[in-house]
Design a binder for this molecule. Structure first.
Ligand SMILES: [Zn+2]
Length: 104
């Protein structure tokens, strides 16, 4: 399960990684698509305003469902239906609780 938790980190602040990938997948809707299909990125918020690394690190929004659940193959994970299904099960259905960033 820890590999899935590690993989989930690639779904945030992943702009450079996504843009360097050949194929991306969303573990919310479990679709795969090319990075060029991603039209929207979530921007900076106050929680990372002081982080210089965040300036070029937007978070990809899924072009199919709008979720921040996109991982590119440059992350080192093979983006295929099996991987996305395992991520979906772990992340949205069972064991991992996603903590929202504190709003300030
Ligand atoms: Zn999606």
């Amino acid at each position: 399960m820890s590999d899935l938790l590690a993989a989930a980190r690639h779904a945030h602040s992943n702009q450079a990684e996504i843009e360097g990938s050949i194929v991306c997948g969303c573990f919310c809707c479990m679709q795969t698509f090319a990075p060029t299909e991603i039209l929207a990125w979530s921007g900076l918020d106050l929680s990372n305003f002081d982080n210089p690394d965040a300036a070029s690190a937007g978070t990809a929004l899924c072009p199919r469902c709008g979720s921040e659940a996109v991982i590119g193959d440059k992350s080192g994970y093979r983006i295929d239906p099996d991987f996305l299904a395992r991520m979906n099960e772990a992340w949205f259905q069972r064991t991992i609780i996603r903590k929202p960033a504190p709003k300030t």
